[in-house]
Ligand binder design. Structure first.
Ligand SMILES: [Zn+2]
Length: 112
């Protein structure tokens, strides 16, 4: 559905042949947070110039984890798996949609 909409666009760091003199332990690192469908948080660190993957296997349960905790990737083969939080959010968005729809209808009828 929303593939490729992960916000890492534009963050590519141009790494050229220059600047490779200092490699190894001194390489700066960045910690990136990932959340899996079970709500586990893991924070692997990557070299600054490394390309951060969109998903990361949760070290605790093995599910794919994503950088957006509100939109964790769904593990292939377990599409029916839904966390309690995900279930609540889905219900809420349905209710929100109903409210928005009613508002729009009311506006159309000129009752607002
Ligand atoms: Zn997990």
């Amino acid at each position: 559905m929303a593939q490729g909409r992960s916000g890492i666009r534009g963050s590519r760091i141009g790494s050229g042949p220059m600047g490779e003199a200092e490699r190894g332990d001194l390489a700066p690192r960045k910690a990136v947070s990932f959340w899996c469908g079970n709500g586990h948080h893991t924070q692997p660190s990557f070299a600054i110039e490394a390309e951060v993957p969109e998903t990361w296997d949760c070290p605790r349960c093995g599910l794919p984890a994503g950088q957006d905790r509100d939109d964790v990737p769904v593990a292939p083969g377990s599409a029916r798996y839904m966390t309690h939080l995900g279930y609540v959010r889905q219900r809420r968005s349905q209710e929100d949609g109903e409210i928005l729809l009613n508002e729009a209808l009311a506006r159309l009828r000129g009752t607002l």
